[in-house]
Design a protein. Sequence first.
Length: 558
Amino acid sequence: MSPSYTGSRRWQEVVRFGDLLLAASEREGDHEAVVFAAARSTYAQLTERAFALARALAAAGVRPGAKVGILMPNCLEFAELLFGISLAGAVIVPINARFAPRELRHVIEHGDLEVVFTSDVVVDRVDYVARLHEALPGLSQQPPGPAPLALASAPALRTIVLVGDRKASGMRDVREFAALGAGGGEEEVLRIHRRTAIRSPALMMYTSGTTATPKGCVLSHEALVRTAVVAGRTKFEMTREDRFWDPLPMFHMSAILPLIGVVDAGATFISMTHFEPGAALRMLEEERVTINYSTFPAITQALLHHPDYDPERWRGIRLVNNVAPPDTLADMQRRMPYSIQMSAYGLTECGGVVAMSDPEETLEQRWTSAGTPFEGIELEIRDLETGGPAPPDQPGEIVVRGYSLFDGYYKEPELTARTFDADGWFHTGDVGSLTPDGRVRYLGRTKDMLKVGGENVGALEIESYLATHPAVLIAAVVGVPDPRYGEVPAAFIELRPGAHVSETEIVEYCAGGLAGYKVPRHVRFIAQWPMSATKIQKFRLQEQIAGELAQARADSHT
């Protein structure tokens, strides 16, 4: 078992990403490390595969600091690549599998990716081979095999490695690629790994904006690893016996950070290639899961409202992580009487997580806040109008300072400079508040603050109230232009299975519990949400309803 951080301990280890696997393999070589329905691996097997990939990368000419991308669904190979790339001294670039060809081309070209690993499987209607061919003009004309690529659309890209059994133009078979490192030993990899500095780049995560192209957030080994290790030890209190279920995309921080905590503890990380609630419930039971990291309402609610769900069958799940409005968290906790529900606040630019609730906190504290910031991370609330410090319980912009901050947006010095102030505080663009005892409350994005007739309205406040309606499963609120008030709320709602309610009934319900200017002026029912990796893309909802209203106005004038 890893040593725990305690209040009396005056020091912390700070290690590189690859060190986590090397240490776990020495302690827990025969213990299960990663589990999928179709494949599983011990720590010894995972380490052996990571070394083989690191040797192949070095033999292919990938030098420390080079960028290596992963465009794949959740799978065992993804975990092997994360550690293999890191042991080779390269920078991991997980690529959002939802990116359109235009966004994908931007990441590969802008990020100076030299190698991209992809998969021949088709998951959730995504064919990665076809998408890469569409994203990179000329790729389909390249012969399959080891010849280096020469693409005008991605000049740094030399190799695409295809995991699977298919052959594809411009792509190299993974078995052929791995053979490059055959015959080599561990020492050559360790020689490279030992030269890696703690503050050198470990990972570059591209975050998708609402209007601009995705931005590359460069995270050091310290920023990536340090908080995740402390969270695993002091918040989740993980041991080797824990079995941690995380169905979230492995290209996202919400999977990479939990994986770090799991490996540090020598526990077992369990995931799915494609989330389906019935299969997920069976996996939770059959794999004897002890920690459920479903995290987002769309996933957790799908589990809790599935006809097969019975809390008695999952009594062994001691902790569940969820991020949602307080009323939604309260409802979900009632449906999970044997588990302690936790919450967190974070963002990629701040190392993924900044604050997390503690299992020892009261139910109300865990429902209404995201806990306190981790030691070594400073968090303040700045008044939205004056920029000065906001008093307790007063909403303002969340600013963060500390070791977990990213090193900047890749090749975007002006954008980076705009997000940091002279004192080193990163301005998150998030709205929140601090309780008198220092707990963080997330209230939404600054652009989620509506201005209705001169009054500030938080979208999250309306969403939280809508979640208390018995027919509402998920709600998202956006602002739409209004000739009289400047902006008014519009609510998009996914109903619970079998529920029926009208737009008028929703408006009347809100009028009974919200100030008049906060009541949605438009209600739309939705079955399929426009999503990024894990979040609802509100800008698409805004575009949809703005288009509808514009068309309605045009029709009224004809």
